[in-house]
Ligand binder design. Structure first.
Ligand SMILES: [Fe+2]
Length: 430
């Protein structure tokens, strides 16, 4: 039987490009050309010049001083994208490469606005400088369509060590290694926190009756765009990838609403179906998002720091001695992995606690949730989401004719884990 390609990427992997790479610029140029030629008559001589300047670009892009410049010039007769900054632009956009990338990967105006808002929350109001005005009318239509076309094809920066440094996550990466868990404080804005809390609570309770101490709901990724956004938060993915490898996948996306009362998840480790001793590397990692302040009375998760080094499920001889509560303000996320021992604390607050658990796993494991039939969601996202649901790999593509060598090589390049681990040692220590 030959491979069934229906579960493969909605955009061919061969079209994936890195922001500011030559391939990215050429793809943008050709796409703008198509739109321009198609709408030339309706433009009636409208012109526009846009200059994009991105600092601290990845060194492997080989840009002078690691600064990428890109000019888009739309004249009466033609459109041209060039890698220079000589134009006197109608619109100037200037930012750090790392801060701008999630915006360049956002499809649709609402998603772009959210990405800008979250970038400013994480890196300050001045992290993106915009001078001039956005075009209107047909020109805006052309540019918006080209933007979406590129966002669907724009890859994550494959330089994981650079992302750790640029996103300010060295402490968290070392904590995961040494303690088995970490917290990324205020990883999302208060506005996103509030909107997600409402959506998650509604999605959970519409499928469950909250008569017991806690109810869970799984399979949330297929239930709307807020869930697509939250599993892709850049800082969380960076930390998780250092533990689970590049091209890690989503394992499950689930929620929990907990009532006042004793915790009902006893001491355990999240390494399903993996016998003792656990491998010395992580297989599954769990991110738990706080949509209420995690204070001790809130029934937070408790962990035993360093217990991941035992490399086994807790047994009868293990107690909760040495455990600490994970405390963090709402809008933060904790990430734990490598089989750290943990449990749910007792809750004495009356208001139900709302959490989201998005778990990730190594690329070769079987996922708990069903991520098939997600083409619409994948089409409105960058390759990051396709990676996370497991579309961008070479498994399932072997048949009587052997492997598909081009897809296999592209997928392996996306993983490139051994190289990344070496780079990480340079920034986080061996
Ligand atoms: Fe757990």
């Amino acid at each position: 039987m030959e491979p069934n390609l229906q579960d493969k990427p909605v955009i061919p992997m061969s079209e994936y490009v890195e922001l500011l790479s030559e391939g990215w610029r050429e793809t943008l140029d050709s796409r703008l050309q198509i739109f321009f030629n198609h709408m030339k008559e309706t433009l009636r001589g409208e012109t526009q010049t846009i200059l994009l300047v991105l600092r601290n670009a990845p060194p492997h892009l080989s840009l002078a001083d690691n600064v990428g410049k890109l000019s888009i010039v739309i004249s009466e007769s033609k459109v041209k994208v060039t890698p220079d900054g000589n134009a006197q632009p109608d619109l100037l956009i200037e930012a750090d490469y790392t801060h701008a990338l999630p915006i360049a990967q956002a499809v649709g105006e609402e998603a772009i606005s959210r990405a800008v808002h979250e970038a400013k929350h994480n890196y300050g109001q001045d992290c993106i400088r915009v001078e001039g005005t956005l075009p209107k009318g047909h020109l805006r239509t052309i540019l918006s369509a080209a933007w979406d076309h590129m966002a669907r094809r724009t890859l994550e920066n494959p330089d994981l060590a650079m992302r750790v440094v640029q996103q300010g996550l060295t402490r968290q990466v070392n904590a995961v290694k040494e303690l088995g868990y970490t917290v990324i404080e205020n990883a999302i804005s208060p506005e996103l926190t509030e909107s997600l809390r409402k959506v998650i609570r509604e999605e959970t309770l519409c499928h469950n009756n909250l008569l017991q101490g806690r109810v869970d709901s799984n399979g949330l990724l297929g239930r709307g765009r807020p869930f697509e956004d939250i599993v892709q938060i850049p800082k969380l993915r960076t930390v998780a990838e250092t533990a689970l490898g590049c091209n890690m996948m989503l394992y499950t996306v689930g929620s929990a609403v907990s009532l006042c009362g004793p915790g009902n998840v006893p001491l355990h480790a999240d390494m399903p179906n993996i016998p003792d001793p656990y491998p010395r590397w992580g297989m599954v990692g769990v991110a738990v998002w706080a949509f209420d302040d995690w204070v001790e009375e809130a029934g937070t998760t408790w962990v035993i720091p360093g217990s991941h080094k035992l490399r086994r499920f807790p047994g009868a001889e293990d107690t909760t001695d040495g455990g600490v509560p994970i405390l963090m303000p709402k809008g933060s996320v904790t990430f734990f992995t490598h089989g750290i021992h943990h449990w749910q604390g007792d809750r004495s607050l009356q208001e139900p606690r709302v959490t989201l658990h998005n778990a990730y796993c190594r690329a070769f494991l079987r996922q708990a949730d069903d991520f098939s039939h997600m083409d619409a969601a994948l089409h409105r996202n960058s390759p990051v989401l396709s990676n996370l649901v497991g579309r961008n790999d070479h498994w399932g593509l072997s048949g009587h004719m052997g492997h598909d060598p081009s897809i296999q090589q592209t997928a392996l390049n996306l993983m490139n884990d051994a190289v990344q681990q070496e780079s990480l040692k340079a920034v986080c220590g061996g």
